[in-house]
Design a protein around this ligand. Structure first.
Ligand SMILES: [Zn+2]
Length: 220
């Protein structure tokens, strides 16, 4: 292996600079697309196809000013998620076959959104801290502990791999307040009280590459 290849592999450089070649922004599936309610299969081949998928997931997530994305959200039922919360002081990473190992009993209620439910945010209770076991793109087992929004993102994305969307986990009281907007989104309409989580606004404000994205648009 050439030194430069080794550097790229060790540093993960090529994973996080996806614009170098074959960039692809994929179409995000939105509710009520049936694929969102299906379980994702574990990854068994840690090959170029997987690395291409990871690159496309990052491209797609950044184009939509998201902070996390699961492969199922672009219609691929394979257990891969990407998260980038570096701008908010947390981690960025690729999580292949992630599993929840520990979750704190301490819970936090905070707003949450989802690129598959465009224009909606709602309060949802999640553990303050979680520990996950996962594999990297080469198949190596890893562990990561996240707290606050990182824990929220990890659990949210792992729910996607189980075929679960966050709006179906809201308390009946919260669900009631956003039910009309959920129905509008399902019909391809903009919600009446269109809102998005604060964290996405923060990511967008600091997005160094606004020309690539269309974040101001709410998908029809
Ligand atoms: Zn989501």
């Amino acid at each position: 292996m050439k030194i430069i290849d080794l550097f790229l592999k060790k540093s993960g450089f090529f994973l996080f600079f996806p614009y170098i070649e074959n960039m692809a922004v994929l179409k995000i599936r939105t509710i009520p697309d049936p694929v969102l309610y299906k379980k994702s299969a574990p990854v068994t081949e840690f090959d170029k196809k997987l690395r291409d998928l990871v690159r496309d997931l990052f491209d797609t997530m950044y184009a939509e000013s998201g902070v996390g994305l699961a492969a199922v959200q672009v219609g691929i039922l394979t257990a891969v998620i990407v998260i980038d919360l570096e701008k908010m002081g947390h981690q960025k990473g690729v999580f292949v076959n992630p599993e929840l190992v520990e979750a704190s009993t301490e819970m936090v209620i905070q707003e949450e959104g989802c690129l598959s439910v465009p224009g909606l945010s709602a309060n949802l209770e999640r553990p303050r801290r979680v520990k996950v076991r996962f594999q990297d793109v080469f198949g190596n087992e890893k562990f990561l502990e996240g707290e606050n929004i990182m824990a929220r993102a990890l659990v949210h994305e792992m729910d996607h791999l189980k075929g679960e969307v966050f709006i179906d986990k809201l308390t009946p009281e919260v669900r009631h307040t956003v039910e009309e907007d959920i129905e509008r989104i399902k019909r391809g309409l903009t919600p009446r009280n269109s809102s998005e989580p604060e964290y996405r606004k923060k990511v967008r404000r600091r997005n160094p590459n606004p020309g690539r994205s269309t974040p101001q648009q709410v998908r029809p």
